[in-house]
Design a protein around this ligand. Structure first.
Ligand code: FES
Length: 139
């Protein structure tokens, strides 16, 4: 039996929203120093909504699957909804991840938060409270 759910395998084998947005409004790049995996998220924001999102992940299968699912969960959603995305929600949407792979989903949450921080910084809009002092997790 596989350690991974069908949804994880599906998003690993057919990741959604892979790529780069050239004129992105926010870009977030995070990495995990322990495993060396890197995730980069690009956001296009229109009318306070995530009009488009793309990602590039140099990492393990779970990092690819969680970034793919995270983009699906925020695409078309409001900024407020995107701000609330947690790694737990990503894991649940994938029907679970093995315990030692949970940090991969944290990377996905952090990459989106980092891209949102970049968006608020660049646009000069007031940073939402939940993002003030944001630091990506280190493990
Ligand atoms: Fe580090 Fe998956 S092993 S992100």
């Amino acid at each position: 039996m596989s350690l991974y759910t069908d949804k994880v395998m599906d998003h690993f084998e057919h990741p959604r929203n892979v790529g780069v947005i050239e004129d992105a409004d926010g870009i977030g790049e995070v990495g995990n120093p322990l495993c060396g995996d890197i995730m980069k998220m690009y956001l296009k924001i229109e009318d306070d909504k995530i009009a488009d999102v793309k990602f590039k992940t140099f990492g393990c299968g779970s990092a690819i699957a969680t970034s793919s699912m995270a983009t699906e969960l925020i695409k078309g959603k409001s900024l407020d909804e995107a701000l609330e995305l947690t790694n737990k929600a990503v894991v649940e949407a994938l029907d679970g991840l093995p315990a030692r792979k949970i940090h991969c989903s944290v990377l996905a949450e952090d990459a989106i938060k980092a891209a949102l921080v970049d968006y608020y910084t660049r646009s000069g809009r007031e940073m939402p409270e939940s993002l003030v002092g944001f630091e990506p997790h280190e493990d």
